[in-house]
Design a protein around this ligand. Structure first.
Ligand code: BES
Ligand code: MN
Ligand code: ZN
Length: 506
């Protein structure tokens, strides 16, 4: 079995002359020209060899359309065997987020041919209001993310990872730091994807805890993994209730990153849902697509990947990462609809549906994050099918009890190039989860399911500024894209990193 973390394999170098780079392919970009321009496609490179090789093809073979790939063999004036032209869409809209995916598309083109080395030329006539660092970082992230393959257990799996990526930057500035950042962030997104990709039998709560521990040792942060006894001691009756139906013990993963010199009045608490398999429990799910419920730990995996990146980037912010890991299974000992459980903060919860288990584990995770000193909370969870119905697989859902923290998060998603859409938390929705026997019910019925789930979580954040991310529709990609394979997406890792980075300034 090959477990491949691309960043460990892909060697990234800098060069400043496209013509002198020896690689299986050099990549240049082409954009759709603005209206009435002729030719209708524009090459985004000033290299004479690239200009000559593409001149007669611009507007015909090369249209500049997003992700279009045009191969030119043995181009004159270069040492490379091939020139690959990747389309980026409209020139006016070209930004680092577009470049990230375009670089990814180039990598996947090479992998399809089993080629091992590529050089990518930074677009030269690109908008100057983004710094070179921003362009390079995005390019490297895109390349690293594209290098991930999901077919771990195929017996004919080959190592198709790239060996060398050369970034060509003609102005010769020093961009090593931007390359490192790109490798760390892309590598951490892949770290998360690796955890999510594993099937339920190979990714139990205990194994997830071990993987978090190993990662924490590697990057030098604190990590403790607790199980049933400690959960009882902490009075986490809500979290515990979910694990009752499983032979696998739950895991409460607690990671701490406390850099010296970070502001002492901010501790960001990252809380992730880590259901390593969600059968629904006694309220069992239908068989169709149940196998996909191995990715119900994607929120937790995102927190582990984010902690990794935050530590490697040495961000100057205190962060606590908590993952509530459990299986959700039916069994004689499993909890039943109608049962009443008490969360860590004393709230009484009537269990209406054992399949609404994510909010039950997060309830105690959010309380615990506050107990450990978190001043700002953000959670990520594959929480509701209703969110998938509302937003599909394009945007993830996002909720916040405070406009200023929402604004911070929104900025972060913009830098990260991930899509989240804010949904409401009006007080009126609370009525749907009122219980007649306890404080709240764990299901609010069919209407506004993503919102009532978020309202449930809000009961456990108290007055802390909080963002909730529902990534049910975006954590798994069903079809191959030009820039990324189908399988786990690693959604939220990049936004979480930028969100935490945003606290460095305050
Ligand atoms: N893990 C599921 C949500 C989910 C659905 C994730 C589809 C990814 C894709 C969650 O635990 C769940 O079962 N939610 C229920 C809640 C309901 C019983 C109130 C749902 O959305 O149906
Ligand atoms: Mn469920
Ligand atoms: Zn679930």
């Amino acid at each position: 079995m090959l477990l491949i973390y691309p960043e460990r394999h892909m060697n990234v170098k800098l060069a400043n002359n496209l013509s002198q780079v020896d690689a299986d392919a050099v990549v240049v970009f082409a954009a759709v020209s603005s209206a009435k321009e002729n030719p209708t496609a524009t090459l985004l490179s000033g290299n004479q060899a690239a200009i000559k090789a593409t001149a007669s093809l611009l507007g015909t073979d090369i249209t500049g359309k997003a992700y279009e790939a045009t191969w030119i063999y043995a181009p004159d004036g270069t040492q490379a065997k091939r020139l690959l032209v990747i389309g980026v869409g409209k020139g006016e809209k070209f930004d680092p987020n577009v470049l990230r995916n375009a670089a990814g598309a180039a990598v996947r083109q090479l992998k399809a041919k089993n080629l091992k080395s590529l050089a990518i030329a930074l677009p030269e006539n690109a908008a100057k209001h983004f710094s070179d660092e921003n362009w390079v970082r995005a390019l490297v992230i895109g390349a690293v993310v594209a290098d991930f393959d999901a077919n771990y257990y195929a017996s004919d799996r080959k190592d198709q990872t790239l060996q060398v990526l050369t970034v060509i930057n003609t102005n010769g500035s020093n961009l090593e730091a931007a390359i490192d950042e790109g490798r760390i962030i892309g590598g951490s997104q892949n770290f998360t994807r690796d955890l999510v990709n594993e099937p339920g039998n190979k990714m139990t709560p205990t194994i997830l805890g071990e993987r978090a521990k190993k990662m924490s040792e590697d990057v030098g942060i604190e990590c403790e993994v607790h199980s049933t006894e400690k959960l009882k001691e902490l009075k986490m009756g809500s979290f515990l209730s979910v694990s009752l139906g499983s032979e696998e013990p739950p895991a409460l993963i607690v990671m701490k990153y406390e850099p010296e010199g970070a502001a002492s009045d901010v501790t960001v608490g990252l809380v992730g849902k880590g259901i390593t398999f969600d059968s629904g429990g006694i309220s069992i799910k239908p068989a169709d697509n149940m196998e996909k419920m191995k990715y119900d730990m994607a929120g937790g995996a995102a927190m582990i990947g984010a902690m990794r990146a935050i530590a490697l980037l040495k961000l100057n912010v205190r962060v606590i990462g908590i993952v509530c890991a459990s299986e959700n299974m039916p069994d004689g000992k499993a909890q039943k609809p109608g049962d009443v459980r008490f969360a860590m903060n004393g709230k009484a919860i009537e269990i209406i549906n054992t399949d609404a288990e994510g909010r039950l584990v997060l309830a105690d995770g959010l309380c615990y994050a506050r107990q450990l000193g978190a001043t700002h909370l953000i959670d990520a969870a594959t929480l509701t099918g209703a969110c998938v119905v509302a937003l599909g697989m394009i945007n993830a859902g996002c909720f916040a009890n405070d406009d200023s923290i929402y604004h911070r998060f929104h900025q972060a998603t913009h830098h990260a190039g991930e899509k989240f859409w804010r949904l409401p938390l009006d007080e009126e929705y609370q009525d749907s989860i009122k219980s007649s026997i306890a404080d709240i019910m764990n299901s609010g019925g069919r209407h506004a399911g993503a919102v009532t789930a978020a309202k449930f979580l809000q009961e456990f954040v108290d007055d802390k500024p909080w963002v909730h991310l529902d990534i049910a529709g975006t954590a798994w990609i069903d079809d191959n894209k030009p820039w990324i394979t189908k399988g786990p997406s690693g959604i939220a890792v990049r936004s979480l990193v930028e969100f935490v980075r945003g606290f460095e300034k305050t």
